[in-house]
Design a protein around this ligand. Structure first.
Ligand code: UDP
Length: 333
């Protein structure tokens, strides 16, 4: 079976679908701090899913999963992922993301499980020295979130040398969209991300959309990011595990579209997809936002055979369908 930590969350659950569609059996381990049990229930209608509620910070909870199930490989998403929160509460990030992963890796070694696909991040690069960013770009994180993930990358390299643990580190850029059948989607109790915030503002007049700064040194003054579709990103995990199973080699890949879109461009695309004018206000810059981040993902294409197929419009359309469903069926607003 495949163990998916954080499988009740946004990226973990969309990736779980890809493995279930390949007829693989999945155990989801999640503390449900930010993930949702409803998401797990939906996954259970798609394929064979076992669920264990537990926390990686407690080694006994994760060890019991390896004792109960025959795990062949791990896809590891469970983490906290808010940059701002990591600055004010670094302890939470190092404990959960770094120490929690150490517990997971130790249980893997104990049970002779030697394959893991890990959710890393472009935040491990820090302030870009050049764009597009390739995998050889220096890694100097500027916040504890990026540092907590970089720590794991380094630990994994050491565990490979010492214990033969093979890992694929996937460094995500921005992720957007939802399942194309709106079965699951992005569902954060506190939403900070661009596209869901634009869409939420159309449902709730108290959530007027704000652009964080239009005085950056970019063509339209707003920040540029690389928005990769969630289903494309999920596919990369399937391909990464196939690669690990075939080649048994550790490696690292950027996952992005290689295209930068400005905040203004994303906003305009939302208006076009929805066919409606959306209220907007420009406010101060948000602290810690670099002006431009986008990926060079050639390596993922050459080695994993991965290339993103879906457009920004596709991501906005599916995110909107999901947002409508979330408001109507789940939150009842
Ligand atoms: N952003 C914005 N308004 C929002 C949320 C985000 O203008 O309500 C901007 C943010 O400043 C950044 C970009 O959108 O330039 C993407 O931000 P997001 O939080 O989605 O992802 P991040 O790049 O921080 O991982």
């Amino acid at each position: 079976m495949i163990l998916i930590t954080g499988g009740a969350g946004y990226i973990g659950s969309h990736s779980a679908i890809k493995f279930l569609e390949d007829n693989r059996e999945v155990v989801i381990f999640d503390n449900l701090e930010t993930g949702h049990i409803e998401t797990v229930e939906t996954l259970k209608t798609i394929g064979r899913v076992e669920f264990v509620k537990g926390d990686l910070r407690n080694i006994d909870e994760i060890r019991s999963v390896f004792e109960k199930y025959k795990i062949d490989a791990v896809i590891h998403f469970a983490a906290n992922a808010l940059v701002g929160e990591s600055v004010t509460n670094p302890a939470k990030y190092y404990r959960n993301n770094t120490f929690g992963t150490l517990n997971l890796l130790d249980c893997m070694i104990e049970h002779d499980v030697k394959k893991i696909v890990f959710s890393s991040t472009c935040a491990t690069y820090g302030e870009p020295k050049y764009t597009p960013i390739d995998e050889n770009h220096p890694q100097n994180p500027i916040n504890p979130y990026g540092m907590s993930k970089l720590g794991v990358e380094k630990i994994m390299a050491d565990y490979d040398r010492a214990y033969g643990l093979k890992s694929i580190k996937l460094r995500y850029f921005n992720v957007a969209g939802a399942d194309n059948k709106a079965r699951i989607g992005e569902w954060h109790d506190i939403e900070t991300h661009l596209i869901p915030n634009i869409l939420k503002s159309t449902f709730d007049k108290n959530k007027k959309f704000k652009i964080f700064g239009n005085d950056y040194d970019t063509p339209d003054g707003t920040c540029i990011r690389d928005y990769v579709n969630i289903e494309d990103l999920a596919d990369a995990h399937r391909l990464a595990l196939l690669y690990l199973e075939k080649e048994n080699k550790s490696d690292v890949f950027n996952l992005g579209t290689q295209q930068g879109d400005s905040v203004k461009n994303v906003f305009d695309t939302c208006e076009r997809v929805l066919g409606a004018k959306i209220d907007v206000e420009v406010v101060e810059r948000r602290e810690g936002d670099p002006k431009e981040l986008y990926a060079n993902s050639k390596k993922a294409k050459e080695i994993l055979g991965w290339s993103p197929k879906r457009t920004l419009e596709d991501s906005i359309k599916t995110a909107y369908e999901w947002e409508k469903k979330l408001n109507k069926d789940v939150l009842n607003v």
